[in-house]
Design a protein around this ligand. Structure first.
Ligand code: CUA
Length: 374
C-alpha cells in the first residue's frame, strides 16, 4: 500500500488555509447537517404535495419503467450511476483522508514540502487502467442499448400510431382503423409470449415538439417535414403521463400526454367505439346548430356534422371518451368544459383557441351537444 500513501502524501498539504480552518469548526458541520435535513424534509413534502394536488402534472419516475425500451434505459442509467458513485466514493474518500490525515496541526508543525514521487509505475497504472476499463464497459453497454432501440424493424402485427404535435396539443391517428383522436393515446398491453411492439410515428404540424413518457420510452423530437419513430412494449396496464420536451410556445408546459395501456380486449372495445359513427341525438339539435353557426367547425372536425371538418384543433367526434380537456390541463367535466367554452384562455392562457364570446345560452346549447359525443 506504499503507492496509496504516496498518493495521499501528495495531496496532504491542507495546512492552515482558510477552507481547512472552516472544516475544523464544529459549527460548520452542525450547520451543514441542519441544512441537509431541512432540504430532505422540504423535498419529501414538496414532492408528494405536488404529486397529489393534480395527478395530471405528476412527475414520472424514470427508475420505475413499465415498458421496453424504458426498462433498458433505466438499467443503463442505474449502471452508469453505480459506476460513477463508486468512482466518487474512492476519489472523494482518498481526498478527504488526505485532507484530514495530513492537515496542519498547529504552529509547531513543520511547513516543508512532503516528499514528491515521480515515475511510480504502480501509481501511473492505478489511475490509467481502471478508467480505461470503465470507459470500455460504458461504451459497450451503451452501444448495445442504442442498437436495441434503433434496430427496431416494424413487423406486420405491430400496432401503429401516428402522433402529430400541434401548438399545444397532440393529434393521434390510427391509420389502420381510420381513427382520429387527441391527447390521449390508447395502446394495447404487450403480450410477453407473443411480443409485438406498438410503433409510434412522430410528426409535427408547426414547430418542433418533443415526446417523452418517461415510464415507457426515451425522448424523441417531432420535427416539421420529418418522420421520427419510437416503439414501446408496455408490460403493465395503466395511465402513463408525459410532456412536450421542446420549448414550443407559451403553453409548452401544458402540452401533456396521457398514454393509456389497456388489456387487448379493452383496447379493442375502445377502438370499436372510436370507429362508430357519431350519435345523432335529436335533443341537442340546437346545440349542433350553434356549434356550426359559431364557426367552431372551421377548427374542429366532428364526423357526420356538416360544416365541422376543421383540422386546426382536436377532432371532437368522440370527445366524451377522453378524460381531460385542453391537452390534459383539466378534467373533462361540465364545470371545466363550461369554463373552456366561455374563454379557453382562462384554463390555458396563450393557447390558440380564441375567446369566441359566446353568450350563456349558446354555451349551454353547445355544452349539451358536446356532452353527447361519446
Ligand atoms: Cu410542444 Cu413544447
Amino acid at each position: 500500500m506504499n503507492w496509496l500513501k504516496d498518493l495521499v502524501t501528495q495531496t496532504g498539504q491542507a495546512g492552515g488555509c482558510a477552507p481547512a480552518r472552516m472544516l475544523r469548526r464544529p459549527q460548520f458541520w452542525r450547520k451543514l447537517l441542519i441544512g441537509l435535513v431541512v432540504l430532505a424534509i422540504y423535498a419529501l413534502f414538496f414532492g408528494t404535495a405536488q404529486a397529489q394536488e393534480y395527478p395530471v402534472h405528476a412527475v414520472q419516475n424514470i427508475f420505475a419503467p413499465t415498458s421496453l425500451p424504458a426498462e433498458s434505459l433505466a438499467f443503463l442509467s442505474k449502471l452508469v450511476l453505480a459506476i460513477c458513485a463508486g468512482v466518487f466514493v474512492i476519489v472523494g474518500g482518498l481526498l478527504t483522508y488526505g485532507i484530514i490525515r495530513y492537515r496542519r496541526r498547529g504552529p509547531e508543525d513543520d511547513a516543508t514540502e512532503p516528499p514528491q514521487v515521480y515515475g511510480s509505475t504502480a501509481i501511473e497504472l492505478a489511475w490509467t487502467v481502471p478508467p480505461i476499463l470503465i470507459v470500455v464497459v460504458l461504451v459497450l453497454v451503451t452501444a448495445r442499448v442504442i442498437g436495441e432501440i434503433n434496430g427496431f424493424q416494424p413487423l406486420g402485427n405491430n400496432e401503429q400510431v401516428r402522433i402529430i404535435g400541434h401548438r399545444f396539443w397532440w393529434e393521434v391517428r390510427y391509420p389502420r382503423y381510420q381513427v382520429v383522436t387527441a391527447n390521449e393515446i390508447h395502446v394495447p398491453l404487450n403480450d410477453r409470449t407473443q411480443p409485438a411492439a406498438t410503433q409510434l410515428i412522430l410528426e409535427s404540424a408547426d414547430v418542433a415538439h418533443g415526446f417523452w413518457v418517461p415510464k415507457l420510452a426515451g425522448k424523441s423530437w417531432l420535427v416539421p417535414n420529418y418522420r421520427n419513430q419510437l416503439w414501446i412494449k408496455p408490460f403493465q396496464k395503466g395511465i402513463y403521463l408525459g410532456n412536450c420536451t421542446v420549448l414550443c410556445g407559451p403553453q409548452h408546459a401544458n402540452m401533456l400526454i396521457r398514454v393509456v395501456v389497456q388489456a387487448p380486449d379493452d383496447y379493442n372495445r375502445w377502438l370499436d367505439n372510436q370507429q362508430k359513427a357519431t350519435v345523432e341525438d335529436p335533443n341537442v339539435a340546437e346545440g349542433r346548430k350553434a356549434f356550426v353557426q359559431n364557426t367552431c367547425g372551421t377548427c374542429h372536425r366532428i364526423q357526420n356534422v356538416a360544416g365541422a371538418d376543421g383540422t386546426f384543433g382536436p377532432d371532437l367526434t368522440h370527445f366524451m371518451s377522453r378524460e381531460t380537456l385542453g391537452a390534459g390541463v383539466a378534467p373533462n367535466d361540465k364545470e371545466h368544459l363550461r369554463s373552456w367554452l366561455k374563454d379557453p384562455q382562462t384554463l390555458k392562457p396563450g393557447c390558440l383557441m380564441p375567446n369566441m364570446k359566446l353568450d350563456d345560452q349558446e354555451i349551454d346549447l353547445i355544452l349539451a351537444f358536446l356532452r353527447t359525443l361519446k
